[in-house]
Structures are given as structure tokens and as C-alpha cells.
Design a protein around this ligand. Structure first.
Ligand code: UT7
Length: 317
């Protein structure tokens, strides 16, 4: 016994900025961003808080699941950084949507949604929950350095949510972590302790793009193969792959290594860019709302990012 997804939701800020808009801020071009990443535009907060996005995605998912907030037994938010260090984003969402269950955040960067599914699966296995809300929400545009063209063009803001109920959809799941700060990090801000001689640091995202690129391609191939095998399936059984939307070239190279046809690999990177943990649940919601998936479809989810972490799973829709 684990879970099935009974509702999805998503949310993004109202304002979308194109590559040409960013070319007015840093030395870049639509041509460079499109050919190197596949991104054409991304949503950026001009005032919406992460809480606003998370709550809107949560409410859409609850509505889609025909579930009242009071029915929830657990809320898990995946986020790199909530609006507050404490309360957690999940506690704030719990209050705003009118739920009364336990709530906590997890930070596993881009694979955060898949990490949250694994945590939720444990609660379902212990039979201590019947309905769980997962919200993956990220405000990446407040963590990148807008003077650094190598990172600021890649990311966007948004939130994706799912409501889980008892079921047998999760056929396999795999998480990995290869800890280290050298390839990807976002430093915390130093406080104002009079006792610490801490150097002033820039609290902005740092990424060694080419190295993370290699890690990501290898992870996609390895993890999808592993979860398919764990589920007792073959790569041909996959109906659709929902990969983390970091770079269209990573997705395409990974899919070629897996020999999966292009039409089976789902993307929305063109309009959203990289919204970290919110990528996969947002993609899931956009397609679910179009009734894209058929009952019984085999979905392979895979993500990689800061940590470095990876996560992949097979879901039967
Ligand atoms: O979600 C977390 C996981 N993140 C990822 O998976 C991201 C993985 N990495 C990537 O997707 C790619 O490495 C990037 C898109 C970040 C960069 O693409 P790249 O093909 O690896 O480019 P690069 O970093 O090797 O840079 C190539 C050139 C450099 O110029 P020189 O040294 O060749 O003269 C950069 O300075 O492109 C330059 N460049 C830019 N040029 C125009 C870097 N950013 C830009 C830019 N516009 N925005």
C-alpha cells in the first residue's frame, strides 16, 4: 500500500519575462539562451510571495481532488527557502488553507518533490494517513545574482501541488545524495553576531554549469534505468518521462541515452525555465488539466540538483 495522485495544482507569478527582456539587463541573447537551454521565458515574482504561490497551487490541487483542507492528514512542502526560516512554508500553508494536520518542509533542491513522495509513501505504508498534500514551491529569482548571466537566465518562480490518497501508484522510487558545496550552492546569510568575525558573503546561487550538466545527464540515464528495473518493467513500458526542467539539452541527451522517443518526454521548460522542485509537479498539473494522461499510463519522474541530490520514481497513473 502506498498512494495514488487524486489531484494536482500549480501556480506562477503573473509576470513573465522573455529572453529579450533579460538581454536588456545582462550581456546575453535570445539566441544563446534558446540554443543552450531551450528556455524562452520564465515567470518572475514582482510582489507575489512564495506563500501566495504555494497556497494557490495547494488550493487548486485540493479543488481538483475534491478534497477539503480539513481532510488532510499531512502537508509536506518541498522548498529550498520558504518566506521564513520558521514557521516552515508547510505550516504557513496549513494555516492559510484551513487545514489542521502536521506540516513540515523538506529541502532536497530540485528533486524535492520526489523526495517528498518518498516521505509520504512511508506514512501511507504505516497507515497513519489517508490524504496528504505535497506542495513544491520555489522563488528562484530571489536567490540568483541578477548580475550573473550564467545563472540568472536559467531560473523562474512557481509552485506545483498534488493531493495523495491511499493507492498503489508508486511502483518504485530511488533517491541519492552526493554531498558537497563545490558544484552548486546558495550560501546562507550571516547574522550580526558581535562575537563572530564572519566575512560578508553574497547569498546568491553559485553553479558550475558544465560539471552539473555532466552529473545531470549521467543521473537521468542511471536513475531511470534503475527505477524501471526496480518496478519490474522495461524502458519500452514507459508511457511518459517527466524530467526535471533544467536544460533541454540535458533532457534530450538523457533521453537519447535511454533510447526513449522524443514524444514520450514531456517538457514545459520553454515557458517556465528551471523552477527547481516545482518543475515536475507543475508539468504534471498542466498536463493533468488537459486530461493528457490515461489510466494505467506508466510515468517516469526524474530530477537532479543541489546537494547534489537525485530522485526518480515510476508511477502508474
Ligand atoms: O537545476 C539544478 C541543476 N542545474 C543544471 O542541471 C544545469 C546544468 N548546466 C547547464 O545547463 C549548462 O551548463 C548551462 C546552461 C548552465 C551553461 O551552458 P554551457 O553550454 O555549459 O555553457 P558554459 O557554462 O560552458 O559557457 C559557455 C560560454 C562561456 O563563454 P566563453 O568562456 O566560452 O567565452 C560563458 O561565459 O557561454 C557564456 N555564457 C553566456 N553567454 C551568453 C554563459 N552564460 C551566458 C549567457 N549569455 N546567459
Amino acid at each position: 500500500m502506498n498512494f495514488q495522485i487524486i489531484g494536482t495544482g500549480s501556480s506562477h507569478p503573473a509576470c513573465s519575462k522573455t529572453n529579450d527582456d533579460l538581454a536588456k539587463l545582462v550581456e546575453t541573447s535570445d539566441e544563446w539562451i534558446t540554443t543552450r537551454t531551450g528556455i524562452k521565458s520564465r515567470y518572475v515574482s514582482t510582489g507575489e510571495t512564495l506563500t501566495d504561490l504555494a497556497c494557490e497551487a495547494a488550493e487548486h490541487a485540493l479543488e481538483n481532488a475534491a478534497t477539503a483542507a480539513q481532510e488532510l492528514d499531512l502537508i509536506i512542502c518541498a522548498t529550498i527557502r520558504g518566506d521564513y526560516f520558521t514557521p516552515s512554508l508547510a505550516c504557513i500553508v496549513q494555516q492559510k488553507i484551513g487545514a489542521s494536520c502536521p506540516a513540515f518542509d523538506i529541502n532536497a533542491a530540485c528533486p524535492g518533490f520526489i523526495y517528498a513522495l518518498d516521505v509520504a509513501a512511508g506514512y501511507f505504508a504505516r497507515k497513519t494517513v489517508k490524504k496528504v498534500l505535497i506542495v513544491a514551491a520555489e522563488m528562484m529569482t530571489k536567490m540568483v545574482d541578477w548580475n550573473d548571466r550564467s545563472t540568472c537566465v536559467l531560473f523562474g518562480d512557481g509552485a506545483g501541488a498534488t493531493v495523495l490518497a491511499e493507492g498503489d501508484s508508486l511502483l518504485s522510487i530511488k533517491l541519492t545524495a552526493q554531498g558537497g558545496t563545490d558544484l552548486l550552492n546558495i550560501p546562507n546569510v550571516n547574522g550580526n553576531s558581535p562575537f563572530c568575525d564572519c566575512p560578508k558573503n553574497d547569498p546568491y546561487l553559485f553553479m558550475n554549469g558544465p560539471e552539473v550538466y555532466k552529473f545531470a545527464v549521467a543521473a537521468m540515464e542511471r536513475d531511470v534505468k534503475e527505477v524501471v528495473e526496480m518496478a519490474g518493467l522495461t524502458l519500452e513500458d514507459i508511457s511518459y518521462v517527466l524530467p526535471h526542467q533544467a536544460n533541454l539539452r540535458i533532457i534530450d541527451t538523457g533521453r537519447k541515452k535511454l533510447k526513449i522517443p522524443k514524444e514520450k518526454v514531456l517538457v514545459n521548460i520553454e515557458q517556465h525555465g528551471n523552477i527547481s522542485s516545482a518543475c515536475i509537479p507543475t508539468l504534471l498539473d498542466e498536463l493533468n488539466r488537459k486530461s493528457f494522461f490515461k489510466r494505467g499510463d506508466i510515468l517516469a519522474l526524474c530530477a537532479f540538483g543541489g546537494g547534489l541530490t537525485t530522485g526518480a520514481c515510476i508511477l502508474k497513473w
